[in-house]
Design a binder for this molecule. Structure first.
Ligand code: G3P
Ligand code: CA
Length: 269
């Protein structure tokens, strides 16, 4: 099926702004959340990690070096891992200037501030637990923070929240703690292994180069823990032709730095 056939057959592909609309604003900042919102995209993806003093923050790399000015502010703290910095130290960093001078003053957001902004904008969250093996207990801590922020109420859990990870054990832990939360496994388990994942994963989310029609069908053929067919979201698709191709393969979601490019391609513009 082509993308337009998929669209007319009633299958809608969800477009998720990867690290926010991160082609247009510094990734994983509140500016990137707002950029997605302003372009009209409710779903944002992010990456959750933990500081030295146990605070949850939004950052993709384990190190602060690429996306902040940490090397200038703390020159002798190589390799500048987020796990070695306190939240007070991280608050001193500029997480926007590397991307463009107009974003000077953006910070590495706390999970709390991030949730507040997504809620304020009426958006939805595909939240990644990044390298959870480095942060023992981060599953329960993350759920506690979601709860405090009002994100574990029925409508949020049902419609506005998915937790994903490359780490299957972390997802098992999330599912064990709160069975109603949807989870997504980042990667591509073998067809033989898929039924095991279906016990605790609602989604299987592979790299776009790994997606085939047969694989999408296999995922759709299994029911997840909430007794609905499992879904497949793929990443990171930033060009129109690839978006049209994976939509034609039947994916349920496309995770992209350029949500507008994906939308235009799927609408056949
Ligand atoms: O959402 C999928 C994608 O974020 C996984 O890769 O490295 O960008 O976290 P990465
Ligand atoms: Ca991610």
């Amino acid at each position: 099926a082509t993308a337009s056939q998929a669209a007319t057959s009633g299958h809608r592909t969800v477009t998720v702004a990867h690290r926010g609309a991160s082609a247009y604003a510094p990734e994983n900042t509140l500016a990137a959340v707002d950029a997605a919102h302003e372009l009209g995209f409710p779903w944002v993806e992010n990456d959750v990690q933990r500081t030295k003093d146990g605070e949850l923050v939004i950052l993709h790399d384990n190190s602060l070096a690429r996306t902040t000015d940490v090397e200038q502010v703390f020159p002798d703290r190589s390799p500048w891992n987020v796990a070695d910095f306190t939240l007070d130290e991280i608050k001193k960093l500029d997480a926007g200037s590397w991307f463009g001078p107009e974003f000077k003053g953006e910070h590495v957001p706390t999970l709390e501030a991030y949730l507040e902004r997504v809620e304020h904008n009426g958006q939805k969250l595909l939240m990644e637990l990044k390298s959870p093996e480095l942060y023992p207990g981060i599953e329960l801590q993350t759920l506690s923070e979601l709860h405090r922020a009002g994100w574990l109420g029925k409508s949020h859990v049902k419609r506005r929240l998915i937790i994903q990870s490359f780490n299957a054990d972390a997802l098992k832990n999330v599912h064990g703690l709160r069975r109603d939360i949807k989870t997504g496994f980042l990667g591509k388990p073998s067809l033989a292994d898929l039924p095991k994942y279906a016990e605790y994963c609602d989604q299987i989310n592979p790299h776009h180069k790994a997606v085939t029609h047969e694989y999408v069908e296999a995922v759709h053929g299994l029911k997840g823990p909430h007794r609905r067919p499992m879904e497949l979201y793929t990443w990171t698709v930033d060009d129109g032709p690839t978006a049209v191709k994976v939509a034609g393969l039947g994916v349920d979601g496309i995770i992209t730095n350029k949500p507008d490019v994906v939308r235009d391609a799927l609408e056949g513009r």
